[in-house]
Design a binder for this molecule. Sequence first.
Ligand code: CTP
Length: 396
Amino acid sequence: MNGARVLLVVSGGIAAYKAAALTSTLVQKGASVDVILTADAERFIAPLTFAALTARPVYSSLWDAPERIPHIRLVREAEVAIVAPATANIIAKLRAGIADDLATTALLAARIPVLIAPAMNAAMYENEVTVENIATLKARGYEMIEPDSGFLAEREHGVGRLASEERLLEAIEGARARRRSLLGKRVLITAGPSQEPFDPVRFIGNASTGATGIALADEAARRGAEVTLLLGPTLLAPPYGVRTERFATAQELLDLALRESREIDLTIAAAAVADWRPSERSAEKRKKSDETLHVDLERTPDVLAAIAAAGGSKCIVGFAAETNDHEAHAREKMERKSLDAIVVNDVRAGAGFGLQENGLVLLVRSGARIDLGRASKRTLAGRLFDALEPLLKERT
Ligand code: CTP
């Protein structure tokens, strides 16, 4: 924890006093801790306690020193933010994007990992709306530190006690480690569909939105990698901090990939590239007639195979979009394209493309099979990098 930069947000619950003990432990372990208190937290514990423990100013209002823009500065200076305790109220506000005080404004501006440690009465924690808020925040990439069960302030037993200090510290360490795990690594990611035109307004495309590749690029950047994202036509925005080049056709992707795939540590090809393109592209819009239209299709270049053949990437991972015999087909693709690993994506109706949730399995050249389970694309991106990092270490 030595040298860690932690932003601790304390909201107004009875467990607020435990945040003081956490602060003390963090400081003793060599972390520098900035503390934001909500107005309700100040009813439970005085800012002075945290100021004395951290030897730093404690913040609770956007308006104390507005010229220093505290909500932006505090999240920029920290490596990780933790909300402990997090009340049902602050969780609901985060889910809705409400930013009506320093704590919620800073958290809304956070591009660092945000850990949330809920603490509240069991009935509030189990209320459908809280359950839904927590699930949504998880899917958006917030990390929940589940509360413990035990004696609650209301003198009853149930789930809702702030997680133990040990678990809070572990979560902070884990977030910091992941944040640095790809430091100095260069990662190339292809994402999105391709569009192969047969006239200026019509094309062959597919249902990919690029969401998985975008989530992977975002995750790699969060782990400290220098990321280049080659992104096809999609309405989704590329992630912050990621150098992004746009392509439309397989040929454009190939040209970009050959230019960008030198001295790369890890390439992940998540793009759903069209396998065929119209052999001829008419310069003008084709006029309709009553005749059946025949369009000849020719193969597109295989971008991933070309990247592998060029040899500029130390570790190469492909995707296999399959509707049947998933793993057998994927293993065959891994061999054929000389990949180090392949991610099996089930794209039967109701799965895969365009959905928030997905289910992925990673197959490694050595024979290993790692089921990444069903989860949001963001969570899966985290699990995929957790699984790939040991492989990357072997290679680099
Ligand atoms: N790929 C590529 N360039 C292509 C086609 C595919 O880079 N022209 C990449 C994809 O990004 C993915 C992997 O290759 O990582 C998929 O391999 P492919 O053999 O094309 O599989 P499918 O697209 O699933 O096609 P099929 O099942 O029809 O063989």
